[in-house]
Design a protein around this ligand. Sequence first.
Ligand SMILES: *Cc1c(COP(=O)(O)O)cnc(C)c1O
Length: 382
Amino acid sequence: MKRDTTIVHAGIAPDPTTGSIIPPIYETATYVLDEVGRDKGFDYTRSSNPTRQVLEDNLAAIEGGAHGISFASGMSAVDSCLKTLDSGDHVVCTDDVYGGVTRLFNQVLSRHGIGVTYVDSSQPETVRQAVRPETRMLWIETPTNPLLKVTDLAAMAEIAREHDLIYAVDSTFATPIFLRPLEYGADIVMHSTTKYLSGHNQIIGGIVVTNREDIRDQLKFLQKSVGAVSSPFDCWLTLLGVKTLHLRMERHATNAQGVAEFLEAHDKVARVAYPGLASHPQHGIAKAQMSGFSGMISFELTGGIAAGKTLMNSVELCGLAESLGAVETMITHPATMTHVDVPVEERHARGLTDGLVRISVGIEDADDIIADLSQALDKAEA
Ligand SMILES: *Cc1c(COP(=O)(O)O)cnc(C)c1O
């Protein structure tokens, strides 16, 4: 099966009892056994569920992996991957990583003896230098949130092999349409399905795909022990979203390229970060390992905090919202929104400057998105 056919069909067969073309929502907690020790493959929904199984098989096939494990959120998927580690273990992690991952490392896992070093993984040497004798895992996010830095996945695989590390990639921004980390040697690919995979701002969810049976077994055991599973209804809604993933991603990417080029030419914009622009520092790597550049852009306004606030309060079509990866265009200003509580020096040290704006370009008509940004930029301070 070719990719687009896999997206629509993999893991999905007509329901054997009714012929229903869409998998039923199995809202059940438990399953009646045929006799002691003999079930139909399911015993309790914390362990497994038929609707969840369809989603797991579908997403594993799309990612090109053997096993999928579906979680209640992207963060619970990250948490379970990190709980395969022991107290005393250490992780080398991309510095510009999703904020929830930093919070999990710094405020939760640190209390359980798991250490972390954040490095700019777009510079492979800094990753190699951060590896210690107790390092067990590489946690790589590419492209990053919100600065859109791109990491060379083949270079990371080499470091992971040299030091016998579990190599995990948060591929939420790229999606399997544009990037296949397993082909670059990753052991684990993780997505927040809340974003592009479900695509319609309709659920919170996460998925892990792996070819390694030992990792699959550990994650299934953790799910059975803790229960961070996605509900059958959320799995079903995600499946509906996934069916148009390839069509949506193509449109996100062409729209984003147009918006990025418009912004780069605007005199109130100091710089634009989009992997599809020739000016992006890792444009070469992005072009080599990705087949498209997805829909996320960040840019720096010349007018700092004031301009950011004005832009946020002047957009009409773009939604002022913290999520990303859905059909609607969404925009955020970290300095006054997501990172308002981070001390200024720390925020600046992380590259989250006063005029930084992040935009998740939707699948509306690109002309309307650009017109909205244009009228809002006209009002923004220079
Ligand atoms: C949103 C997001 C997460 C967390 O996922 P949730 O579904 O919100 O728990 C992790 N990584 C990235 C890159 C994300 O964008």
